[in-house]
Design a binder for this molecule. Sequence first.
Ligand SMILES: *Cc1c(COP(=O)(O)O)cnc(C)c1O
Length: 220
Amino acid sequence: MSDPAKLLADIRARIDRAARLANRRADSITLVAVSKTHPAEAIVPLIAAGQRVFGENRVQEAAEKWPALREAHEGIELHLVGQLQSNKADDAVALFDCIHSLDRPSLVTALARAMDKAGRQVPCFIQVNIGAEEQKGGCAIAETPTLIAEARAAGIPLAGLMCVPPVGTEPAPYFALLDKIATSEGLTGLSMGMSDDFETAIMLGATHVRVGSALFGSRA
Ligand SMILES: *Cc1c(COP(=O)(O)O)cnc(C)c1O
């Protein structure tokens, strides 16, 4: 096992370097440490090393792990990076500070209702199915402008666009395409880049990189 503080420092140095190459400020990039499948004991050392923004992909798992961690540590920000079922919208709005997976009209309705009910505004990224993959979550590119308009009309605060490029392909063209769509829609946030490609994503404008295995080790 590597030292978590050292792994974190290494990722931060790589983010800084990519930002410098792109002539961007490193503090314009948020590192979301994706802790899915990893227990609290693996998360606490990263919090101790200064990390505050974490990502989970399942509502149930986050509900089991994070209330106690939040109780014990100041300033935690929790992001949902996985698919969300409409019937879990209330739980998601209560638990998360940001949702990266808004990808369909029924979820716009459910989240808007949940935010109204809770009196709590949670910024959302619209997830785009950037590689037009059959089985993947995310809104089709052609339907993205309509979904953005619907989310805006429903009063959902939009953080930007999110994507997961197809596995095993060069991700850069997909990152560039997501940036292009965001710009044309007047959105500035870009949630893109994971352990294997976050530096490329930063060069292409990522504002949020979602890094799991490079920080926590591989998942079982
Ligand atoms: C698991 C996951 C990540 C992190 O993936 P790594 O390759 O482990 O860095 C990022 N984004 C989403 C949507 C994920 O599900």
